[in-house]
Design a protein around this ligand. Structure first.
Ligand code: HEC
Ligand code: HEC
Length: 397
């Protein structure tokens, strides 16, 4: 009966192993050492479980033979536990007695000692491998390596144009891209916008007036999604993001040219300041000034002297929690002036407690980082200097 219970356990183990079968599938793509090892361990464990099961079945059928087969297991078990059989317990009984509770002087089981010495051995190997030779990647290096790999992947995707959308698109100006754009334009667009952009069914693309807003982001959006009810189709199924970027950039080069038969301007006048406002609209965080004493900051050319002063203050007061390029106790700060408004940054430094209470973005940061940003009691002038320093630490290489 007891072995029936054991049988059940063994079956459960076998059942669980069937869930690890994806391990086997993994070997298909990019066989690396780790998966091979995992598969080998799984196969070994599976075989052992199967053998034990066979032994049990055999033992059930023929008791005398079963004893023979289970014998080695039993003696191994005895050796690693060094337990004293109940019949001999009187030999190790200690001679004190607490209200009828007696104590046995059992040896420390060898398996426990092995575990203990094992951890010591492991710690030595670990220490030498990770901290002395440095051949293993410690957590931080592993993290950085993964981040690096992800960055490379993203760059690859960006180069292939897969990540290009109306938010991230930029105007391209190199001649080969523009000539690609021209080819696409003449093939697909000239029928409605005229070869010289003067407009036929579609509007004139050479003037400064745009129905849906000028600038590459709006133009890209119109090309991508179209205005089907007005006869401008969506091109995203026929053109790749890169092609839409190229033809959009090409269209923008036609501005100011004189077509043979220009259509009258339609829509609104689009100027450079609209372009800027549009850029800010894409990243609403840049409009968020936060709450606190700073309501307006005017930025001029970067003043290297003030920036150097800011750097000193930063290293003294902030670097305990912030690094430029990696997340520490607080967020990495490189490019902070490209994702937060100057007012927001200064308020965050001057009154972090008020910011996390009253500003949504700051509150979300606190939720993410859990520990709050410390108020360093800096003056507005010192804070401005740090802002100047941040402006020198942008994402551009
Ligand atoms: C079947 C005709 C047709 C074709 C082909 C066509 N367009 Fe258009 N396009 C239009 C019409 C009509 C409009 C005006 C939509 C409106 O008024 O809302 C338009 C509007 C636009 C606008 C916005 C202009 C503005 O003032 O905001 C852009 C940019 C544009 N088209 C680019 C292209 C590009 C690039 C192609 C080729 C890939 C193309 N179009 C092909 C008919 C066409
Ligand atoms: C005790 C650690 C600590 C110190 C010291 C500290 N910060 Fe912070 N900082 C944080 C944490 C944590 C956050 C994010 C969570 C939050 O907002 O509370 C943060 C957030 C920020 C942010 C917003 C970052 C983003 O991604 O939007 C800026 C800017 C900032 N700190 C600048 C500074 C400056 C400048 C100093 C020095 C005057 C400084 N911090 C000192 C811990 C610190």
């Amino acid at each position: 009966m007891k072995s029936n219970k054991l049988l059940n356990i063994l079956f459960s183990i076998l059942f669980l192993f069937s869930f690890t079968s994806p391990l086997f599938a993994e070997t298909g793509e990019g066989t690396n050492m780790e998966t091979v090892l995992k598969v080998m361990v799984a196969i070994t464990a599976f075989t052992i479980a199967f053998l034990m099961w066979l032994v049990l079945v055999y033992a059930e059928k023929n008791d005398a033979q079963g004893e023979l087969l289970l014998g080695p297991f039993k003696s191994v078990f005895k050796w690693i536990t060094k337990s004293t059989p109940i019949s001999q317990e009187h030999e190790i009984l200690m001679d004190h007695d607490y209200d009828g509770i007696k104590e046995l002087d059992n040896k420390i089981p060898p398996w426990f000692n092995f575990l203990f010495y094992g951890t010591i051995l492991f710690s030595i190997i670990y220490l030498v491998n990770y901290h002395v030779i440095g051949s293993g990647n410690i957590q931080e290096e592993e993290y950085l390596a993964e981040m690096q790999a992800a960055k490379e992947q993203q760059q690859l995707l960006a180069r292939s144009g897969a990540l290009l959308d109306e938010e991230s698109v930029t105007r391209v100006s190199d001649p080969s891209a523009l000539s690609n754009g021209e080819t696409i334009y003449l093939k697909h667009c000239a029928a409605c916008h005229a070869a010289d952009g003067g407009g036929l069914v579609g509007p004139n693309l050479t003037d400064e007036y745009w129905v849906h807003g000028g600038g590459i982001k709006n133009v890209f959006k119109v090309i991508k999604y179209g205005v089907p009810q007005k006869g401008m189709i969506s091109w995203q199924s026929q053109l790749s993001p890169t092609e839409m970027q190229e033809v959009g950039s090409y269209i923008l080069t036609m501005e100011g040219t004189t077509p043979a038969a220009p259509k009258d301007p339609e829509g609104e006048l689009w100027t450079a300041s609209d372009e800027e406002a549009d850029g800010a609209a894409v990243n609403p965080a840049m409009k968020d000034k936060g709450v606190g004493p700073i309501t307006e900051v005017t930025l001029g050319e970067i003043d290297p002297q003030i920036a150097a002063k800011g750097k000193d203050i930063f290293e003294l007061k902030c670097s305990a929690c912030h690094k430029m390029d990696k997340r520490f106790i607080g967020p990495a700060l490189r490019g902070i002036t490209e994702r937060r408004s100057p007012e927001w940054i200064m308020n965050m430094i001057l009154v972090p407690d008020r910011m996390v209470q009253e500003n949504k973005a700051a509150r979300e940061l606190l939720m993410e980082y859990i520990s709050p940003m410390a108020n360093q009691n800096l003056s507005q002038e010192e804070t401005r200097a740090i802002l100047e320093y941040f402006r020198t630490e942008t994402n551009q290489e």
